[in-house]
Design a binder for this molecule. Structure first.
Ligand code: GTP
Ligand code: MG
Length: 370
């Protein structure tokens, strides 16, 4: 058969049909228990929901390697919020970051289109905020697969003259699935065709309801061009971050995420990483995915050399033997030997996982022939 009903799929996955219905609803599809999904959609959904029809599950060695013990409450100190700017193409994500930083990041981009995830730290009244510019959601998807979150607060940029668009909805779904706090920035309010009320109205459909309409989402009308509302947005970020009580232990081996990485002709592999816990120092061994090395040099977001980087700090690092994937977790073991062993195990396990996944795909096919 080519189709399977939600009811039957739920039964095979041993979950409630409502779980599937809700999942599809959040993806923008209205279905009932009797709705039918085609083979491909059902398979994808089952995999997305981590359904594993292979009876005995193999131990996930990589996950085990990446396991981390909780830091004791007494070791935790406040850390800056990590904020990502998400939204539809051309709604002004880069311009907004630019306005916030009051620099001209956009001028350096070919054609004004974001090529990389940039990471910047902004200091407002002595308080730091780390911003990430996101061209796509791939890195976020990778991070979530590892159960890691890069950000605390998402700024959802919606152009006041354009309203909610497909990637706006995608961004909302990603942020919600990751449990990230959303602040809405209605941008381009300087435009004559701007319609703030319409954007608010459209977003209510996604459970983003402004406070003045009885909801709990912060809406900030802004203009990246005139800078109107930017200070208010920053205040709202700091306010939200205060409520979240973000903390980390700076006195331990560093751990964090790769934001972006590339091969530089002169410098070799260069990775922009976000330290999430602990402090990374020049000279520390480091392992990330199949790559390992020793931190040879570190640069902050202003291109200045730094010797160490604590929680919520993005830095560019040199010294890896290869280019890691965006979204991977990096660890900093005590010794070079451990870093190398980590990378070697990662390579071996990834290969085995690929074989397992192929098997999983094949057994998903069985779902429909039963
Ligand atoms: P991608 O990275 O390509 O997805 O785009 P983006 O969301 O980063 O948008 P970007 O900042 O590149 O802005 C897109 C266009 O909108 C540019 O032409 C900006 O000049 C314009 N723009 C951005 N913010 C504003 C604003 O507040 N007012 C007006 N009038 N135009 C704006
Ligand atoms: Mg951009």
């Amino acid at each position: 058969p080519e189709m399977i009903s939600i009811h039957d799929l739920a039964e095979k996955m041993k979950i409630q049909p409502s779980v599937i219905i809700k999942k599809l609803f959040l993806a923008g599809k209205m279905v009932t228990v009797n709705s039918e999904l085609d083979f491909e959609a059902a398979g994808e959904l089952a995999m997305e929901m981590n359904f594993d029809p292979v009876p005995e599950e193999k131990e996930d060695v990589i996950a085990k390697m990446l396991e981390d013990s909780e830091d004791g409450a007494e070791t935790l100190v406040p850390r800056p919020p990590v904020v990502c700017v998400m939204g539809h193409v051309d709604h002004g994500k880069t311009s907004l970051l630019d306005a916030i930083r009051d620099t001209h990041v956009i001028d350096r981009e070919a054609g004004g289109i974001t090529q990389h995830i940039g990471a910047y730290v902004v200091t407002i009244n002595g308080q730091k905020i780390t911003f990430l510019d996101t061209p796509g959601h791939e890195a976020f998807t990778a991070m979530r697969m590892r159960g890691a979150n890069s950000t605390d607060i998402a700024i959802l940029v919606v152009a006041a003259d354009d309203g909610v668009m497909p990637q706006t909805v995608e961004a909302i779904n990603h942020a919600k699935a990751a449990g990230i706090e959303i602040i809405v920035a209605i941008n381009k309010i300087d435009k004559p065709s701007a319609n703030i009320e319409r954007v608010k109205q459209e977003l209510t459909e996604y459970e983003l309801i402004p406070e003045d309409w009885g909801g709990s989402t912060i809406f900030c009308p802004v203009s990246a061009h005139t800078h109107e509302g930017i200070d208010n947005l920053l205040e709202m970020i700091l306010l939200t971050s205060e409520v979240l009580e973000l903390k980390a232990n700076p006195n331990r081996r560093a751990r964090g995420l790769v934001i972006e990485a590339e091969l530089d002709k002169g410098k070799g592999p260069v990775a922009t990483v976000l330290v999430q816990k602990g402090t990374l120092h020049v000279g520390d061994p480091i392992a990330v995915g199949s790559c390992h090395g020793k931190v040879r040099a570190m640069m902050d977001d202003n291109g200045r050399r730094v010797k160490e980087a604590g929680p919520s700090k993005p830095v560019e690092i040199l010294g890896l033997n290869d280019v890691p994937n965006a979204g991977e977790i990096f660890v900093s073991p005590e010794t070079d030997k451990e870093a190398r062993a980590f990378a070697e195990t990662y390579v071996k396990e990834s290969r085995e996982k690929l074989i397992e996944d192929t098997k999983l795909k094949m057994s998903l096919d069985d779902l429909y022939s039963q």
